[in-house]
Design a protein around this ligand. Structure first.
Ligand code: SF4
Length: 378
C-alpha cells in the first residue's frame, strides 16, 4: 500500500537485513521474522503488510503500527514505440527523478538514478544542466526497481522469462558521489533471497570519481562502466569536468586496478559520439592506444549523442560512428554502436525531468499572466 509521505512509521524498504532485525527487536520480535519479512518484501514484492500470509493477523496489526512498505509515486510513465519505458517519480520533497527500462531480446536493463540532479555538469548531458538537489536514499534507489517490477507484473522474483533482468546505475546523478546509499541499495538488490539480481547483471557507471572506484569493486562487486567520452585531457576537461580533478592518467590507472576486472569481465568505456568534437579517426586510435598502454581489459560502447533542447552539440554522422567502431575493432576492441532508443519519450537522461519542470514553469507563468478579474460593478 502506498502511504502518504507524512507517514511517521518506518519504511521497511531500504533497511539492510541487520537494520530490519534491529527494528523488529524494538517491537519485541525475534530475528527469524526478518528473514520471513525480507522474502515478502523482495521476493514476493508485496505492497501491503497484511499480504504477508505466513505471519499472524496479530503480528500484521502490530507491524502496521510501526512500519509501512513504501512505493514511489509515479508522476509520469511513458512507453516508446520501440518498447522502452520511462518513469518520472515524484519524491517526498517534491523532487523528481527518472528511470528507464530498455528491453532487448530476452532481457531488459533498468537504468536507475542515484541523485536528484547532478553536481558534475558534464557539458553534453541534460541532467548536468540541473543543479544537484540531494542524494537519493536507499529506499528511493530500490524504489525505482520495485515500481518498474510492479508495473511489469514481475513478481515473484527468480522466475525465467522476465523483462527486467539487468541493472545499470547510469541514470541521473553520479553514483560514486552517493556511495553509501548506492552500496546499501545494490547489496539489497543482489541479495539471493530477495530480488536476487546477480552481480554479473549489475553495472555501475561513473564519470571518474577515482578515489571511490576501488571501494566500488571491493565492497559492491559490480561491473564498472566509465563515462570516458574523450581520449585527451584538454577535451575531457570540457566534456566531463571532473577530469580536471582526476585526469585521464589517474582514471585509467584506477580502471586497470579495478577489482574483478579481467577479460571475462571487461570495463565498459562509454563514449558519446559528438559531431566534430570527439569522433575523428585519430580519437579512435588514441583510445585504443590508451587501453593498451594502461593494460585495461576494456570494451567500448559507442552512443550517438541524443540531442536535447538547448545543447550546443550535434550527433555524429552515421559514417563517422561506423568508421570509429571499425577502427577500434581493427585494433582489437569490441565497440558496438548503441541504437538510439526511446527518442519519442525524451529518453536523453534528464530530459523528462526538464520537460516536467518546463511544464510547471509554463503553468506558473500562465497563472501570473492571467489578467486580474474585472472589478465588480459598483
Ligand atoms: S553524465 Fe552523469 S555525471 Fe555527468 S552530468 Fe550527466 S548525470 Fe552527472
Amino acid at each position: 500500500m502506498t502511504h502518504p509521505y507524512t507517514d511517521t512509521r518506518t519504511n521497511l524498504i531500504g533497511l539492510t537485513r541487520d537494520e530490519l532485525v534491529a527494528k523488529l527487536a524494538e517491537i519485541g520480535e525475534k530475528p527469524f521474522r526478518a528473514k520471513q519479512i525480507w522474502h515478502w518484501l523482495y521476493h514476493q514484492g508485496v505492497t501491503d503488510i497484511a499480504a504477508m500470509s505466513s505471519l499472524s493477523k496479530t503480528l500484521h496489526a502490530k507491524m502496521e503500527q510501526h512500519f509501512y512498505i513504501g512505493r514511489l509515486e509515479v508522476a509520469r510513465h511513458l512507453t516508446s514505440e520501440d518498447g522502452s519505458q520511462k518513469w518520472l517519480f515524484r519524491l517526498e520533497d517534491g523532487s523528481e527523478v527518472e528511470t528507464v527500462l530498455i528491453p532487448d531480446e530476452g532481457r531488459g536493463a533498468l537504468c536507475i538514478s542515484s541523485q536528484v540532479g547532478c553536481s558534475l555538469n558534464c557539458d553534453f548531458c541534460n541532467t548536468g544542466t540541473q543543479n544537484i538537489v540531494r542524494n537519493l536514499t536507499p529506499a528511493e534507489i530500490i524504489g525505482q526497481l520495485l515500481a518498474a517490477r510492479d508495473s511489469q507484473g514481475e513478481w515473484p522474483s527468480g522466475v525465467d522469462g522476465r523483462l527486467l533482468t539487468n541493472i545499470v546505475m547510469m541514470g541521473m546523478g553520479e553514483p560514486l558521489m552517493n556511495f553509501d546509499n548506492v552500496k546499501k541499495a545494490l547489496l539489497i538488490i543482489k541479495d539471493g533471497e530477495g530480488i536476487a539480481i546477480s552481480k554479473r547483471r549489475i553495472t555501475l557507471s561513473t564519470s571518474g570519481v577515482v578515489p571511490m572506484m576501488a571501494r566500488c569493486g571491493d565492497e559492491i562487486e559490480v561491473d564498472l562502466a566509465v563515462s570516458l567520452h574523450a581520449a585527451r585531457d584538454e577535451l575531457r576537461d570540457v566534456l566531463v569536468p571532473i577530469n580536471k580533478k582526476y585526469p585521464l592518467d589517474q582514471l585509467l590507472t584506477a580502471c586497470a586496478a579495478y577489482p574483478g576486472a579481467r577479460n571475462a569481465r571487461r570495463i565498459t568505456m562509454e563514449y558519446v559520439m559528438i559531431k566534430d568534437v570527439n569522433d575523428s579517426p585519430d580519437d579512435a586510435r588514441l583510445l585504443a592506444k590508451l587501453m593498451h598502454q594502461y593494460q585495461i581489459p576494456a570494451k567500448f560502447n559507442l552512443i550517438p549523442f541524443n540531442p536535447w533542447p538547448g545543447t550546443r552539440y550535434e550527433t555524429s554522422s552515421n559514417n563517422a560512428v561506423h568508421r570509429f567502431s571499425r577502427i577500434l575493432n581493427d585494433l582489437g576492441y569490441s565497440a558496438p554502436i548503441r541504437q538510439p532508443r526511446g527518442r519519442d519519450i525524451m529518453a536523453a537522461c534528464g530530459q523528462l525531468k526538464s520537460d516536467s519542470e518546463n511544464l510547471k514553469l509554463k503553468a506558473l507563468a500562465a497563472k501570473r499572466a492571467k489578467p486580474d478579474p474585472a472589478p465588480l460593478p459598483v
